[in-house]
Each structure stands twice: as structure tokens, then as C-alpha cells.
Design a protein around this ligand. Sequence first.
Ligand code: MN
Length: 307
Amino acid sequence: MENKIFVFGHQKPDTDTIASSIVLANLQTALGKNATAYKLGNVNKETAYALKTFEVEEPQTLNEVDENCDVMLVDHNEFAQSVNGVEKSNIKMVVDHHKIKFETKEPLFYIAEPLGCTASILYKLYKQNDVEISKPMAGLMLSAIISDTLLFKSPTCTDEDKKIAEKLAKIADVDVDVYGKEMLKAGTDISEFTPYQVINIDSKEFSDKNARFEISQVNAVDLDSVFSRQSELEDAIQKEIKEKNLDFYMFAATDILNANSKIIAIGNKANTVEKAFGVTLNNNTAMLDNVVSRKKQMLPNILNNLD
Ligand SMILES: [Mn+2]
């Protein structure tokens, strides 16, 4: 038997990372390889909903790999976001849709496309290899596209992602809009989370032009319920600012049904946020119309307005 291949996505896994790991392992198995999907951390509620709907088992957790391991990476390529020991392992393949910061040791398959989702690239790999897509695999790929593109509302979404999602929905036998909203909603339940956990669900720190700041994002269907916790969220944010010595912190609750974000911005340079989006903070909050993507909207606007 050929060497076992470990297939996995990034740390703090999202739906694309988990779905794409399972799907690539499935495709490789169909092609005669001995491939198994793994996760690098707990799955979130949205992903759990997708797995349950399409009756697919959650992958086992992988803590580290060594020089004897054959691996395939999905939905990431930077070693800092990957598993411990990845730099020593034998990387056989990367399938990804992020900017590339990757060093190769050996020749490999590197498949990158600027699409909204890794799963869209995997759909094309099934077609190229003439492998049939099962209903559960179609359901997972569809879930990943819905998640990464916020049901096609994110500016990261391409026409190709939309077309592929329509084809997958037919195989998965679901109504994209109905299923998509239910799946996204399942991921927005933050009632059991402490304020610290809420602001750290999906948070990234950045530094540029002598400014250090953090942008945190949560998906929501009911902005009022998120903001009923504003004062305790602000306490948690103040603590982060102090501990990390940040110039400002922006917390965005993104309304996934209406494609807007309501923010809390705090810190010495919080006025950067006002300039970036042409808004005035009122009680530390503002509404950003049509802003949903950190990668394509929030971060670039802020970077363009740092002093
Ligand atoms: Mn992705």
C-alpha cells in the first residue's frame, strides 16, 4: 500500500477548510490514493450544521506531522497557519485561493486560482479527473462556497463560484437560498460565548505605518442581539487594546442577510475608521453599508487612511 496522505486545511478551521479537506481526501481516494482528512482545531457551529445535513463525519484532529508524513494542504499555504512540523513533511499538493507565501522543498502539485472558495477549485478537479461527485461531497462543496462568499454577497465571489454552486445544489438536492440562510444562521449563535470568545471568533491583528490594530468579525442575523452586549464587548476590547498595545480595535458584526456591518471602534486612532468609511462614530459605533469583507473592504480602506 502506498504511503498514507494527510489532508488538512488551516488552524481555526472554517467551513471551506473542513469541507475541502474531506472532499480532496475523497477525490484522492477515488484516484487510488490512501488519503485521510484531518482538522487542526474544533469545527464551528456552521460547519457542524453542514456536516450533519449531509451526514458526513467530522475529521479527526491532527496535532503534528513529521518528515515521514506525506501531506496535502487545502485553503492555506502559509506554514504559520498550518500544522506543527509541516515544514519538515513531504508536501505533495496544495489547493488554495489565497495569496502565496510558500517555500517548496520538492516539486509538487500547486493548484491556486483566484476564486471565492477552495471548494470551487476542487469541483473543477473532479471534472478534470472525470470522477463522479456524490451527494454528500456536493453538499459540502456547496456549503463551503456559501460560507466563503456569504451566500454570493461578498466581493470575493466570482461568476464561476456562482455557476459551480448552482451545479452542486442540483447534485446535493437543496435550494441554495433556503439551505444557505439556514447554514449561515447556524453559525451566528454566540449566546453561549463569553465577550472574550465573541471578539476572538475571527480576529486578525495588523500593523502598518506605525499603527497596530485588530479587526474582529462575527456573522449575525440579528444585529440588535449582538449589540445588546455592547458594554461587555467593549470591556473585552479595552482589555485587548491594553494587553497588545493596539492603536485601535474594530469589531464588526456583519449582517449576512442584508450585507451590512455594524461596528464598534475603540482606541487612540479610532478616527482612522471614521475616515476609512466616511462615518461618524456615535457611542463608539457606526453602520457600514454594503461592507462585508475584511480582506477586500475593511482592511484596504483602513490601510489607505492610516496617518
Ligand atoms: Mn477559503
